[in-house]
Design a protein around this ligand. Structure first.
Ligand code: 2YX
Ligand code: ZN
Length: 370
């Protein structure tokens, strides 16, 4: 079944080492989870994602509900079989996607009516519908159905939205029966510390096996996210996983781990890879830049990935210049490996009690002016 073992908490910060045990395998934390929104980590085969060292991937209820639809996934025997991925899967509940993707949505106590961003047809998702979809998907970790309020929002709006999300969490818990799936609650409350405390305490009293911090990485400055996060993790149980939704750049990951976060996900590394931007130990690199025209060195000399071991910046620049699909794949391989390796190094630094030194060394080399 589902279990979380807290192995170590750092002396110089709230960073911690842990292990999550699921029916599809174990996950060492802190962890970055690659996103496979529509049952694929874009341009990657599952074997390639595994070779990169990924321990768990994310998929989305909203997208899979619209296409291919639950009857096909059910007939396939669930999402693991459908996409040929036999390690853990976490699915988001559709809350965020409905609000960020669909048109003219109507939020009521019951749930959310919206129009599909694909064909404009009328759809409806409620806490119960979201849980049913995730049950059919068969993911190992499922998320409560919530509202991720836009930034900025008034105190009154956040209060009402957060209280409704808490009532929806109750309904998710009551409706969820599958023993082999762990349902995580999602803490809301916008950028208001008192509302974050209320949300966290209410959800913790419902005794979920894990908790996410939602409503962040929605356009707020990093400093505000850090402050809200530092406050919120104080009200989250030590012995349960803490998941910050929607972060996937090195600085956001370091800041989150430092404040006691165990899990994170984001489309950023795979999305910017497809635009030709790669993360390297010396900072971000835009491969189409003319200065790489005759640069036959690897994207990142310190990287151990397949791309850096076999191809040059000049070749990568060529592929992007002529829109060759291989370029998208090679850049994705590199960016995913870069973040997965960064999290391996972060875990090692917590183990060896040098996390903060590692962070400042990395920031200096990467060019963060912190
Ligand atoms: N490239 C790129 C790129 C794309 C998106 C983002 C922001 C992602 N932020 C984000 N994802 C979230 C998912 C979420 N899911 C749920 N159910 N609830 C949330 O409050 C929530 C909050 C989120 N915040 C950041 C970078
Ligand atoms: Zn590489």
């Amino acid at each position: 079944m589902f279990k979380f073992e807290l192995q170590k908490t750092a002396k110089d910060s709230k960073a911690r080492l842990g292990k999550i045990i699921t029916p599809h395998g174990e996950i060492e934390t802190p962890i970055f989870m690659p996103v496979g929104t529509r049952a694929t980590v874009k341009t990657m085969t599952p074997e390639e994602v595994k070779d990169l060292g990924a321990q768990i991937i994310l998929s989305n209820t909203y997208h899979l509900f619209l296409k291919p639809g639950m009857d096909i996934i059910e007939k396939a025997g669930g999402l693991h079989k459908f996409m040929n991925w036999d390690k853990p899967i976490l699915t988001d509940s559709g809350g965020f996607q409905v609000f960020s993707l669909s048109g003219n949505r109507k939020i009521t106590e019951e749930g959310v009516e919206f129009r599909s961003h694909i064909d404009g047809s009328k759809k409806f998702i409620s806490p119960e519908v979201s849980i049913d979809i995730q049950n059919t998907l068969g993911s190992d970790i499922i998320m409560a159905f919530d509202e991720c309020a836009p930034y900025p929002s008034s105190y009154e709006y956040i209060y009402d939205s957060m209280m409704r999300t808490t009532r929806w969490a109750e309904r998710c818990k009551a409706h969820h029966t599958r023993e082999d799936q762990a349902l995580f609650g999602i803490i809301q409350g916008g950028m208001y510390k008192d509302l974050r405390e209320i949300s966290a305490k209410d959800l913790v009293s419902m005794d979920f096996p894990g908790y996410a911090v939602g409503g962040l990485s929605v356009g707020e400055p990093l400093e505000i996210m850090n402050e809200v996060l530092d406050h919120t993790t104080e009200f989250m149980p030590q012995n349960k996983p803490r998941y910050l939704m929607g972060v996937g750049s090195p600085d956001y990951l370091f800041e989150a781990v430092e404040r006691g976060i165990d899990m994170a996900d984001c489309v950023l590394p795979t999305r910017i890879a497809r635009n030709g931007t790669v993360m390297t130990s010396q900072g971000k690199l835009v491969i189409k830049n003319a200065k790489y025209k005759e640069d036959f060195s690897p994207l990142d000399p310190e990287c151990d990935c397949y791309t850096c071991r076999n191809y040059s910046r000049a070749y990568m620049r060529h592929l992007f210049n002529v829109d060759e699909i291989l370029g998208l794949r090679l850049a994705t391989i590199h960016n995913l490996r870069f973040l997965i390796k960064l999290m391996e190094d972060i875990r090692e630094s917590i183990r060896g009690d040098y996390f903060l030194e590692f962070k400042s060394d990395f920031y200096r080399k990467y060019g963060y002016n912190k």
